[in-house]
Design a protein. Structure first.
Length: 363
């Protein structure tokens, strides 16, 4: 019996598998998510962490009526804007931006007493005897009054982190960077280079580290194992931040360094999602930075993401995860199509971003 030469696997693939059908003419409001994805219920406790872009996910989950898990809350009399400046509510616990997979893994280990970094307290910028937590240097804008106050706050914080890991149903983590600065003593990874928002840089104690695919994959795999050791039913969603590097210490052009970083993170996220049940990849990076968007979702600085872009990302996310249909970002109601509304859609979203301090230093 002869095999039919015209029969091959591509003939049975859906339209989403073909560029001509799935991409051409679909932008900028493209939906590049295909295949199985996590199902999110209203009662599922969703926690978030990662780079500054992850703050947008938290904002939309709360706005859309989902159970956004916040284990570390501010004092009830503290005004909302003040609480936010002190890092409350931006993520599920007050850990600030977590840019790398190694940072995330070390956060877990610190929370459970498996890692005690040698250099964990820095002098605050400006001195005056105040200090900052080296692993969340901007959560207290003016620093802590003393090391004792900082240590007490850190102990409470890590208890809230443990509570978050043990009670969440879904953890959404946004990978942001491959570049980081580590302690030469014990490999502790900091969220920002020492000396930028506290402490002082010392080449004898601090080293630049640009993570490779294998390292990121290993760190994420180790985190999944650790998380499920305390929460066996936990599900994870991995995303890659579309925000380019504000600066690079790699010696490359910042555009080439950004491409490397995002490529590594994207590859690692795919491998982890393929190798672990209950781990999913969500293409926020592709929606914002992909060719169909033609840079429409970036502000004039070609780095910050506009409100319109965030709305498109979350529209795709909630439609697939929960069957929720948000208004199309580029199809506002007639009564709301005035110049002010359109201008607001083009504004980039303000988020707390430690990395941006590098640019402030450069200026």
């Amino acid at each position: 019996m002869s095999r039919n030469a015209s029969s091959h696997p591509y003939r049975s693939l859906p339209k989403a598998a073909f560029w001509r059908h799935a991409v051409v003419g679909q932008g900028p409001a493209i939906d590049p998510l295909a295949g199985a994805f996590l199902s999110l219920g209203r009662d599922d406790k969703v926690a978030t962490g990662g780079s500054c872009f992850a703050q947008n996910i938290a904002r939309y989950l709360k706005r859309s009526g989902f159970h956004y898990l916040v284990s570390e809350t501010a004092h009830p009399i503290l005004p909302a804007d003040v609480a936010e400046r002190h890092g409350y509510g931006l993520y599920s616990a007050r850990y600030g931006n977590i840019y790398t997979a190694r940072q995330l893994l070390q956060l877990f280990d610190r929370a459970y007493g498996a890692f005690a970094p040698a250099e964990a307290i820095w002098d605050a910028p400006g001195g005056a005897g105040r200090v900052v937590d080296a692993f969340r240097p901007t959560v207290e804008p003016d620093g802590f009054a003393s090391e004792a106050e900082l240590i007490a706050d850190r102990e409470k914080h890590l208890a809230h982190v443990r509570d978050m890991f043990e009670t969440l149903d879904v953890f959404v983590f946004t990978l942001g960077l491959t570049e980081g600065w580590e302690s030469r003593v014990d490999g502790a990874i900091y969220p920002v280079c020492p000396g930028v928002s506290g402490g002082s840089f010392d080449p004898e104690r601090h080293a630049f580290h640009n993570f490779r695919v294998g390292e990121v994959t290993a760190d994420l795999a180790a985190f999944v194992a650790r998380l499920r050791s305390v929460n066996p039913e936990a599900r994870l969603i991995l995303t890659v931040s579309p925000v380019p590097l504000v600066a690079t210490a790699s010696g490359q052009h910042v555009l080439a360094a950004t491409t490397y970083s995002k490529s590594v993170l994207r590859a690692a996220a795919q491998e982890i999602a393929e190798d672990h049940d209950g781990v999913f990849y969500f293409p926020s990076y592709e929606i914002i930075a992909g060719a169909p968007a033609a840079a429409r979702y970036f502000a004039e600085d070609m780095r910050n993401v506009t409100e319109e872009g965030v709305a498109q990302v979350m529209s795709v996310f909630l439609r697939h995860a929960a069957g929720v249909q948000l208004p199309a970002p580029d199809a506002a109601p007639a009564a709301a199509t005035d110049d002010a509304t359109l201008a607001a859609a083009k504004q980039w979203v303000q988020v707390m971003c430690d990395e941006a301090l590098l640019e402030a230093d450069e200026d």
